[in-house]
Ligand binder design. Structure first.
Ligand SMILES: Nc1nc2c(c(=O)[nH]1)N(C=O)[C@@H](CNc1ccc(C(=O)N[C@@H](CCC(=O)O)C(=O)O)cc1)CN2
Ligand SMILES: Nc1nc2c(ncn2[C@@H]2O[C@H](COP(=O)(O)OP(=O)(O)OP(=O)(O)O)[C@@H](O)[C@H]2O)c(=O)[nH]1
Ligand SMILES: [Mg+2]
Length: 427
């Protein structure tokens, strides 16, 4: 089916223009079977007609849905007919959700969760977005915003009515410190939020012929990469997407590096370094004959990216002992030995404990606002010690303003434009 959705005061009138058999005051939330007609009255489809009376609808306005058969051509004809009504125009990107927000049906974090849900491409992303839609992040933000607002009110009270409000500023320092810790705790979730939303990126790297591509194929469960005994087989970066315990993971197989590379390979090497700088985890694959000093040089290649060390070709007995460091996971891409353990280790390095779906989806936008909240609270904290109550209250007010950008209680038109611009049309 395809749905034509109308929202606003003229929704019912416009909807009845397309479905003339519908009564003037239809029962709200009742599914009517109706004929949808064109301007001449010719029947275009037989479908379901739904009416949601304001404010009990998704947008909080009158909403009408024409649920037709899913032919895009048919739906375009129904849409053109609807647009002939003088009060009807096409919705902008995210406009339904924006109206739901503006009409107070949902706060900004829940509106954003709608977009997250639509974009979700792993089980963890779906579950985390669904929790956001149900208000998981909203309630945590509220848990911060409400005490912050009452603290601000107390401080302003003492400043403006020193007699009546005497003592309301007592313990302000402790209250500020507690709120700042809560803001920091929420802020700490941004990394996990990013991991769930975008999926993790993990690159295999190491010397030529180490068995990276063989291991890559094992981890992907398909023969994706070419494997050959000739060193330098992989020349470009290869990507494969998998889902582990609900978490989306993009695996990258890179060209092996060596001391004296050829020109083409040298380009591949530059690319590998670039990739290593962008991934969440680098898996260093070292063949059994690698010496410790050499291993250390490889570890440095990854720069600031966290590295998981792997001893490859562990089926080749006798040489394994040489690379007997504790941090290294021994695997054989050939036989599959140790690959499951490696996968578990990769996940725990990426994720740590807890379920990926239980994370609060703190976005970069939220993090930016939360950071400013925490900074203002930190300034308020020191002002409690060295400055006047006016200064403390001013900083608390700023913290409140920044936090309001997360929940939407203090969101500018420009901010809303930026947020809803990313939605698809009709959402
Ligand atoms: N056909 C259809 N499916 C859809 C939507 C839609 O608009 N149309 N949605 C759109 O994105 C989502 C559902 N979201 C909705 C949210 C609230 C209400 C609503 O009517 N709320 C009322 C009544 C609540 C109740 O009965 O419990 C309200 O909040 O007052 C409807 C849909 C997903 N599926
Ligand atoms: N015995 C054994 N041989 C392996 C194993 N993994 C890979 N090989 C062999 O090692 C050679 C190189 O394997 P690749 O997977 O192509 O190695 P690579 O690291 O991708 O190599 P480049 O792309 O050239 O850097 C091939 O002949 C593989 O069959 C393993 O676990 N055990
Ligand atoms: Mg390779």
């Amino acid at each position: 089916v395809g749905i034509l959705r109308l929202s606003g005061p003229a929704a019912l009138e416009a909807g009845r223009m397309l479905a003339p058999g519908i009564p003037a005051s239809p029962t709200p939330r009742h599914a009517y079977l109706a004929s949808f007609v064109d301007a001449s009255g010719a029947v275009l489809d037989s479908g379901l007609f739904l009416y949601f009376r304001a404010p009990h609808s998704f947008t909080g306005e009158d909403v009408v849905e024409l649920q037709a058969h899913g032919s895009p051509r048919l739906l375009r004809m129904l849409l053109s007919r609807a647009l002939e009504h003088p009060a009807v125009r096409p919705a902008g990107p995210g406009e339904f959700t924006r109206r739901a927000f503006l009409n107070g049906r949902i706060d900004l974090t829940r509106a954003e969760a709608v977009a997250d849900l639509v974009a979700a491409d792993s089980e963890a992303a779906v579950r985390a977005a669904a929790a956001g839609l149900a208000g998981a992040l909203a309630s945590r933000v509220r848990g911060l915003e409400e005490p912050l607002r009452s603290l601000h009110a107390d401080l302003e009270g003492v400043l403006n009515f020193p007699e009546e409000a005497e003592g309301a500023d007592e313990g302000a320092g402790a209250r500020v410190a507690e709120l700042r810790a809560a803001a920091d705790a929420l802020l700490a979730e941004v990394g996990r939020g990013r991991l769930v939303r975008r999926g993790a990126r993990v690159a295999l790297y190491g010397p030529v012929n180490a068995g990276k591509s063989t291991l890559f194929n094992r981890l992907v469960g398909e023969e994706r990469a070419l494997v050959d005994e000739e060193p330098g087989t992989t020349r470009d970066v290869l990507e494969a997407r998998v889902e582990w315990e609900g978490l989306g993971v993009t695996l990258l197989d890179t060209a092996g590096l060596r001391e004296a590379p050829g020109r083409i390979e040298a380009l591949g090497i530059a690319r590998t370094r670039e990739v290593l700088a962008t991934v969440d985890l680098a898996v260093l694959v070292l063949p059994p004959e690698t010496r410790e000093a050499e291993a250390q040089r490889w570890l440095v290649e990854a720069g600031t990216t966290s590295v998981l060390r792997v001893a490859s070709k562990c089926d080749v007995r006798g040489v394994v002992e040489k690379l007997g460091t504790d941090e290294a996971v021994s695997v054989s891409g050939l036989t599959g030995e140790g690959v499951e353990r490696l996968r578990t280790e990769m996940l725990s390095r990426l994720w740590g404990g807890g379920a990926p779906s239980a994370v609060a989806l703190v976005s970069e936008r939220h993090a930016d606002a939360l950071r400013r909240t925490a900074e203002a609270l930190s300034r308020a904290e020191s002002a409690c010690r060295v400055s006047t109550l006016e200064v403390v209250s001013g900083e608390v007010g700023l913290a409140l303003e920044s936090l309001g950008e997360v929940s939407g209680t203090c969101a500018s038109e420009a901010l809303l434009d930026a947020i809803f611009q990313r939605f698809c049309i009709g959402k």
